[in-house]
Structures are given as structure tokens and as C-alpha cells.
Ligand binder design. Sequence first.
Ligand code: ADP
Length: 267
Amino acid sequence: SRILAVYGTPLPGPPPGAVLVFHDVTELRRLERMRQDFVANASHELKTPLASIKAYTETLLDWALKDETVNVRFLERIDEQAERLNQLILDMLSLARLETGQEVFEHGPLPLAPVIVACLNSHRDRADAKGLQLSLELGELDEQSEVKADEEAIRQILDNLVDNAIKYTHEGGSVRVSCRQTDDAIAVEVADSGIGIPRDELARVFERFYRVDKARSRELGGTGLGLSIVKHLVQSIDGQVTVVSRLGAGSCFTVRLPRFRPLDARI
Ligand code: ADP
């Protein structure tokens, strides 16, 4: 429903004419609600690790400092929670820069294959440690396969998707990255054999702080902002991101990127 607001003060005497200003406030209200939700969510997310740090330091000051069986363990927990806070703040700043358009992007040409290979290599140790099979199919991608995009943006997008695929897949499962190329786009698929996402929550996973299972995500070091950052990055480089998933069977995120053709260089 559209809500119309009319602004204007009646003038004394016979009106010389009327000025009506129609303003659609539905969008303003929606934005204000989003801002309030963000502040509430962010405060809550920041409070959780902080409360944990405070509980550990208080216990240490109380009695645990002298107890050598627990004091190092408590300090390790404090360190973990401080790292969580750090990650949360970095993600929030990154999202804020994206949303206010402060981030400046290059528009290629960028050869895509080396960026994908480097990303997978950086995750190989984690996948091995979990007994996951991490595989790559470059398909028809070759050195001519360039996209109109910024290297750092692509690196962050792939990094988030592969990181999630590893996080949300049980030991012994698989994560497969594959590429398809058409005349004007290159699609990169990150598919896993993991826990999957319930159908009615699929669209919401790109929302800030939305998590299917908050406790599990926190335990795995998630901030709930990764996919929201992916969505903004993809939009900034005129790409598209989609997801299909089956609960208990796995998920597949596809990123479509505009291809750089030699003709583009002459425009
Ligand atoms: P988080 O830091 O919690 O991983 P994201 O924004 O990256 O935050 O993802 C949001 C939520 O989407 C996750 O908490 C998880 O519930 C779900 N999700 C993301 N990727 C996957 C995946 N590959 N498999 C299953 N669930 C996923």
C-alpha cells in the first residue's frame, strides 16, 4: 500500500493557488526500518562476544588466574572471542563501504582462471583437514576468458562462497567449483554436498545477519554478513548470484559475471 503524505501550511486569506507536495513515504519507512534493524542486530552481535570476554576476565580476576589448569584455556577463549569481534567489525565496515558506494571497482579485463585457482589453493588445507574432496573444473575457460570485473571483488566473492561450502559440509563430503562460458558471460558454480538450506529460507540467506542456524554459524566463526557482502559485490560488478539447495543434500551457488570481449576495449 502506498502512503501519501501532504506537506504545506494554509496561508491566511483566500488562497492564491494551492501547492500540494506528494511524497511517497513507503520507501522512506522501509529504509528507516532497515536501518533500525541493522543497528539492533549489530549491537546484539557485538554484545555476545563481549559478554563472553567479560565473563572470562572476571573469572580470571576472581580466582582462575592462579589455577594453571584453566588460566591458559580461558585466555585462549578470550583471544578467540576478540578475533570474532575483529572479524565482525571488518565485515561491517566492508558492508558499509559497499552500501554507500565508497568502494571503487575496476572493470577488467581480468583473466578469471588464475583467480579461481588461487582461491581454491588457499582453501585446500582446510578442506584436507576436514577430509573434504575439493575439485575444480575450468571447462572451456582459457587465457582468453576474461571478465569485466575487479580482481579483489572476485577474490572476495569466491572466497566467501568456498569458505561457506567447506563450513557447511560434513567431514568426508565434497565441494566442487566448475565454470561455464557463453558469448557474454562466465558462470562459476560452487556446489557442495553439505547440510543444505530449507526452501523457505533460501531467499533470506543474502540478508544481513540472517543465519539458518545461529548457534552453528557462530561456532564455525561466521558473522552472518558473508553472503550479504557477496550480493553487494556481485551487484557492483553487474553480475548476478543465485542459489539452489536441497536440505540434507547440498547447495549450489552460481555467480554470473559479464565477459570482457576484445570489442569492449575499443569502446
Ligand atoms: P555466516 O557467517 O553465518 O556463514 P553468510 O552470510 O555467509 O553467514 O551465510 C548466511 C547463512 O546462510 C549461514 O549462516 C548458513 O545458514 C547459510 N549458508 C550459507 N552458505 C551455505 C552452504 N553452502 N550450505 C548451507 N548453508 C549455507
